[in-house]
Design a protein around this ligand. Structure first.
Ligand SMILES: Nc1nc2c(ncn2[C@@H]2O[C@H](COP(=O)(O)OP(=O)(O)OP(=O)(O)O)[C@@H](O)[C@H]2O)c(=O)[nH]1
Ligand SMILES: [Mg+2]
Length: 232
């Protein structure tokens, strides 16, 4: 009976992924792991195939090119739901989301349908971000919670555990956001469907190695998604 699936969307995370995969499986030895790689030029997908061949808990989906964090994560969710996993965990593959919080994040879904590893609930922290990035994130989060009436303080963080039963109530094909703003959209859709959410504090750290894929286009995409959901 499959239990927990950890989904990692990757684009050029070759320097971060090997250590992170080891650490996740050390902390959650019973869990399975799915990497959704978009043909990373740095060989992340190749490394993952080798790791998958040596460990049945590790799996990899390859997509032909960079198609966005949202569609990558949703493809991972469809994969996991189709295989009957009960809990789906999502996290970034750059060490920003501390793997040591995984047991607590998983346990928290005993009391709620979605557990968010939160930078903005009491006890949550951000390390290594410049002031302008902290401010931007704070402002967008406050705007999101107010405009979409979400009961959360951190609606843009990707460190989450979802109960499969809650996701199965949605038609994931309806999620229109393809990039980072899938995070707000899926949370909003779950909230509207009656799903419950809890937040546990995490210390978010800036990525360990490699380069950010966040860009101006993603910021515009986020505002467009918020506006679309606000109007609907
Ligand atoms: N498969 C796939 N993964 C992506 C894509 N864009 C981003 N990612 C992954 O999504 C996660 C979050 O991306 P980041 O670049 O860390 O974005 P960020 O956290 O806003 O920015 P920094 O941490 O400052 O670099 C990482 O694991 C990326 O490799 C994409 O188009 N396809
Ligand atoms: Mg990151």
């Amino acid at each position: 009976m499959p239990g927990t699936l950890v989904i990692l969307a990757t684009y050029n995370e070759r320097e971060n992924l090997p250590g992170l995969v080891d650490e996740i499986l050390r902390i959650l030895p019973e869990a399975h792991l799915l990497v959704v790689d978009d043909n990373s030029p740095d060989g992340t997908g190749r490394w993952c195939d080798e790791r998958a061949a040596a460990d049945l808990r590790v799996n990899c989906i390859h997509r032909p090119g960079k198609q966005g964090l949202g569609t990558a994560t949703l493809a991972g969710m469809q994969w996991g739901l189709g295989r009957g996993y009960e809990l789906l965990v999502t996290m970034d593959a750059d060490w920003s989301h501390p793997p040591e919080n995984l047991p607590e994040l998983v346990r928290a879904t005993e009391a709620a349908d979605i557990a968010i590893g939160s930078r903005y609930c009491p006890g949550g922290k951000i390390e290594g971000w410049p002031l302008h990035r902290r401010l931007m994130s704070r402002v967008v989060n406050s705007l999101t919670s107010a405009a979409l009436r979400l009961p959360t303080r951190d609606a843009s963080g990707a460190f989450r555990t979802y109960r499969a039963a809650a996701l199965n109530k949605l038609d994931l094909r309806q999620v229109e956001a393809t990039g980072y703003s899938y995070l707000e959209e899926i949370l909003w859709r779950l909230h509207v469907s009656g799903a419950t959410v809890t937040e546990i504090p995490i210390t978010f750290r800036d990525r360990r190695a490699g380069h950010s894929k966040a860009c101006f286009r993603e910021a515009i995409g986020k505002l467009a998604t918020l506006y679309r959901l606000f109007r609907s």
